[in-house]
Design a protein around this ligand. Structure first.
Ligand code: AMP
Ligand code: GLY
Length: 422
């Protein structure tokens, strides 16, 4: 089988490592991949948003199966375009991907089908949003409607902060067209849990739960990032919470999408908050999370390609999906300055025995030498019997990797450890 994976981050590297384990796989192409992915797949210099070039490549290379990993190509209809030329894909159609690409769509879906989420209002004009903010309860949460690189969410403690957010999103168009509408919603409190689910539109199979660490600094301080580390499973996701999520959130969402004529096939990511009133949806993503994938897939016991094909072919109910009873921790090594300005092109050194545990996110090859090429440079994942051991091992390996201006959070997993002790 010839496989093609669209995307270029640590998530794609983890997907490729798992897909490679299937003995029927002969070749994997990464479009565009990166300098680190190049040791596990053939990187092809086609951008993840260039749908016509992706389709042309799939035809010329006679690709048998495609995995579309990032949000942008999914929102642009990459799966629809590939299926139109007969290439089966893992990932939702454009209409189903809207569950992530439009927060207004997602919120209205939840309201219509009674799926628990923060109370909210939608605004099409800055004037209406600003006047609502005169009396909105504080803190309040302002969200740009569309994709905004994970940066379109502002938690405002004061009216002035909320007004600034509305002006930036709607008038200054900081996130482009993403900001033609805003959602203003209730501020929720409680621990956050990420649950990635395989679904073929009828059956939903949750993967092991995980916890992201989104802020740049220790103790959840500093700016929001794409994610500085993850652990799995998440101790806040107890069997009782899991049962409630399945009944009140996962199944109702899958049924709602089918009802709307937008059957979802692929990985549906539920960003949940476990509030005093029970679990509520903070966000949906129409894809594997990054860096959640880097802790979830190493715990997957079943063959990833087999499960993905069952999803594509609508026979997930007959496909066993098993996870190891173990713990994983992924520590992200970033370039100092991320998520703002940082230097690129600095040589990276990784010991041979650590390499199999490394998922490269932003790096390039320069004369055969791996050099930094992004804010998040790479992630190191350890799997162990206990969370404590997994954390220790992840940092032990991470600390053997060197590049100039390297920084990481030192407290990945600490909150989860404390939760386990309480
Ligand atoms: P999102 O991009 O939707 O994942 O939002 C980014 C982060 O903002 C989430 O992971 C939460 O920590 C936080 N957040 C989003 N919506 C809310 C809310 N309604 N109440 C409290 N925190 C929120
Ligand atoms: N880690 C959050 C995301 O993938 O959007």
């Amino acid at each position: 089988m010839k496989l093609m994976v669209i995307g270029s981050g640590g998530r794609e590297h983890a997907l490729i490592r798992s897909l490679k384990k299937n003995p029927t796989v002969t070749e994997i192409y990464a479009l565009p991949g990166n300098g680190g992915i190049a040791s596990d797949a053939v990187c092809v210099d086609i951008g993840a948003k260039d749908i016509p070039a992706i389709v042309r490549f799939a035809r010329e290379a006679a690709i048998d199966y495609a995995v579309v990993a990032p949000d942008d190509p999914l929102a642009l209809g990459c799966v629809d375009a590939l299926e139109a030329i007969g290439v089966p894909c893992f990932g939702p159609h454009k209409a189903a991907a809207e569950i992530e690409s439009s927060k207004v769509f997602a919120k209205n879906l939840m309201r219509k089908y009674g799926i628990p989420t923060a109370a909210y209002e939608v605004f099409n004009s800055a004037e209406a949003a600003l006047s609502y903010l005169d009396t909105a309860p504080l803190p309040t949460v302002v969200k740009a409607d569309g994709l905004a690189l994970g940066k379109g969410v502002i938690i405002a403690k004061t009216r002035e902060e909320a007004r600034t957010a509305v002006r930036e999103i709607m008038q200054e168009k900081r996130f482009g067209d993403s900001g033609s509408r805003v959602v203003i919603e209730e501020f929720l409190e409680g621990p956050e849990v990420s649950v990635l689910c395989f679904t073929d539109g009828k059956t939903v199979v949750p993967m092991v739960s995980s916890m992201d660490h989104k802020r740049a600094g220790d103790g959840d301080t500093g700016l929001n990032t794409g994610g500085m580390g993850t652990i799995a499973p998440n101790p806040y996701y107890t069997p009782e919470v899991a049962e409630r999520c399945m009944r009140e959130i996962f199944l109702p969402t899958i049924r709602a999408m089918k009802q709307e004529g937008r059957e979802f096939r692929g990985c549906l990511y539920f960003g949940l908050m476990i509030t005093f009133d029970g679990p509520k949806v903070i966000e949906y993503n129409c894809r594997f999370g990054d860096p959640e994938t880097q802790v979830v897939l190493p715990l997957l016991d079943s063959d990833l390609l087999t499960v993905m094909q069952a999803v594509t072919e609508g026979r997930l109910a007959d496909c066993p999906v098993r996870f190891r009873d173990a713990h994983a921790c992924c520590v992200i090594l970033a370039s100092a300055g991320y998520p703002e300005h940082y230097e690129k092109g600095l040589p990276i050194s990784i010991p041979e025995d650590v390499l199999p545990h490394v998922y490269v996110a932003g790096a390039a090859l320069r004369d055969g030498q791996l050099v930094t090429g992004g804010g998040r440079v790479l992630g190191v994942t350890a799997v162990a019997d206990t969370l404590l051991e997994a954390i220790g091992e992840a940092y032990r390996m991470a600390d053997q990797i060197t590049f100039e201006n390297r920084y990481c959070r030192r407290d990945i997993g600490q909150r989860a450890l404390q939760a386990k002790q309480n």
